[in-house]
Design a protein around this ligand. Structure first.
Ligand code: BES
Ligand code: MN
Ligand code: ZN
Length: 505
């Protein structure tokens, strides 16, 4: 789909479909009003007959509206004006696209971004419109024997604005929205691929492809490289698998060499059987999503590279399968991590932290400004926060606040959990420096406590995305989260960096 912004009045548009909003009960927005006026009350007449109340999510498609230049007019219900908020805005855009996809229209112009929204500007509405629109066209049908069957007709989307005042910031916002949607799609594609295709080797190949497309620097560490570095913890997870483990590093330089990078570390377990501590059979297929942290790192790098964001970012992805086998790690095994700290593995299903800890130590060599790891780490996080919010834990309150702000802006929720030292004692081991599990209580926090022992040298935050990275049930699939949160965080950081550099010169 192609997107553009155009200023002009709705009644002047020769489009296959003009889209305008209607509040409940039967209150026309400005754009709807303008259409009604040239149609000499045709639209308000239809509403008066009771064909549309304006309920949130409802739509009404009209053909041959008198005196209109467009082929179709789509009315979108916005709900009550007083209650019109972020969620209602996104729902309205989603409903509009659902209805548009059911028509034969190949282009459409939307007049929704000027509808007033508490706390949000036109730029926000513009980028959200692009994201929701592209989400509506996402399909994961590559592996069906007849792919592309449900491909939408819609090819050109115009965001109509009656004033030109905000058009420069809206253009930038549009590009940001498109980049975020692109990154989300990439993350969804990787997440949705089956584990027989999306192996550690496949992920490494995707990283190399991304590096070629966007001129990034890719480094792939093989098993023997990791052995040399002493990554005994990461390698202990890979022991049961036939697929070789990899450590991927991707460097994006949007600023001069000097500036310290933000490092993103993504858990890339391409299939998590639990290892010798085998998981139950039910829904085990969903453990193909255990590389969604890695996918979100690749998606975010694609998004910022597409925008040419002026910031330095490094993506690090430890990737392996977690399988049982004759050579697999056993409960009770003690391994030595790259940091030198020893770990008693009491449960081989707590493998995410075992691969992340070595990747986090490896991150030190980039002298990071901050490190953020993203992982489908604990079932406990799904119990605590459900599928709504990602868990956020950090050794730096300022960084945590910054991420929360980005999450709010991007409508990609996260919730701050405590990382008090009081929880550390749950990781005590009689035989090693620490155990890899901390018991049932506060499972998300003790997992983060484990990671915190490897992140003492820099500002660090951890996002547990076990509940947010994919959906189960009939709409099973990867969500592309938290690409919006991470990209928004980096957009803001980049802007601050540019501002600081200007002030200094
Ligand atoms: N990948 C899982 C976490 C997970 C579970 C994500 C369910 C999404 C849904 C992780 O590797 C894991 O197995 N964690 C264990 C840790 C436990 C053994 C301490 C868990 O959460 O059960
Ligand atoms: Mn596991
Ligand atoms: Zn896992």
């Amino acid at each position: 789909m192609k997107f553009s912004i155009k200023s002009g009045n709705p009644e002047k548009q020769r489009s296959a479909c003009v889209v305008v909003g209607v509040f409940e009960p039967r209150k026309l927005t400005e754009a709807a009003e303008a259409m009604d006026k040239i149609a000499k009350g045709y639209i308000s007449g239809i509403l008066r007959h009771g064909d549309m109340e304006g309920k949130a999510g409802s739509t009404l498609l009209l053909h041959n509206v008198p005196h209109a230049l467009c082929e179709r007019l789509l009315l979108v219900g916005l709900g009550k004006e007083r209650e019109f908020n972020d969620k209602e805005y996104r729902d309205a855009v989603r409903a509009a696209f659902k209805a548009l996809h059911e028509t034969g229209a190949t282009d459409a112009i939307l007049y929704l971004t000027e509808i007033p929204l508490k706390k949000r500007d036109a730029a926000w509405k513009t980028s959200q419109t692009a994201i929701v629109a592209l989400e509506s066209t996402y399909r994961s049908d590559r592996l069906k024997s007849k792919p592309g069957e449900s491909k939408p007709h819609l090819r050109e989307i115009t965001l109509g604005m009656t004033s030109t005042a905000e058009s420069a910031s809206s253009e930038e916002a549009l590009q940001q929205g498109l980049a975020i949607a692109h990154g989300m799609n990439l993350a969804k594609d990787l997440g949705n691929l089956p584990p027989n295709i999306c192996t550690p080797t496949y992920l490494a190949q995707q990283a190399v492809n991304l590096a070629k497309t966007y001129k990034l620097k890719a480094t792939i560490l093989e098993q023997k490289d990791m052995e040399k570095l002493g990554m005994g913890s990461l390698l202990s997870v890979a022991r049961g698998s036939r697929q070789p483990a990899k450590l991927i590093a991707l460097e994006y330089r949007g600023r001069e060499k000097m500036e310290k990078p933000i490092v993103l570390v993504g858990k890339g377990v391409t299939f998590d059987t639990g290892g010798i501590s085998l998981k139950p059979a039910a829904e085990m297929d969903e453990m193909k999503y255990d590389m969604c942290g890695a996918a979100s790192v690749l998606g975010t790098l694609a998004a910022i590279a597409q925008m040419r964001l002026p910031i330095n970012v490094v993506g690090i992805i430890p990737t392996t399968e977690n399988m049982p086998g004759g050579n697999a790690t056993k409960p009770g095994d003690v391994v030595t991590s790259m940091s030198g700290q020893t770990i008693e593995i009491l449960n081989t299903d707590a493998e995410g932290r075992l691969i992340l800890c070595d990747a986090l130590t490896y991150a030190e060599r980039y002298e990071p400004e901050a490190v953020i790891d993203i992982a489908t780490l604990t079932g406990a996080c799904v119990i605590a926060l459900g599928h709504v919010a990602s868990g956020l834990l950090s050794n730096d309150d300022e960084l945590a606040q910054e991420l929360l702000l980005a999450s709010e802006q991007a409508v990609d929720r996260a919730w701050h959990l405590p990382l008090w030292d009081d929880y550390q004692e749950q990781l005590k081991s009689n035989f090693a420096d620490m155990a890899n599990i901390g018991g049932r209580a506060a499972g998300t926090i003790t997992a983060a406590c484990f990671l915190s022992r490897f992140t003492k040298k820099y500002r660090w935050a951890h996002l547990d995305i076990a509940g947010t990275a994919w959906k189960s049930g009939k709409d099973k699939g990867a969500t592309g989260r938290p690409v919006p949160l991470l990209t928004q965080f980096l957009i803001k950081r980049a802007a601050q960096g540019v501002k600081k550099a200007k002030e200094a010169s």
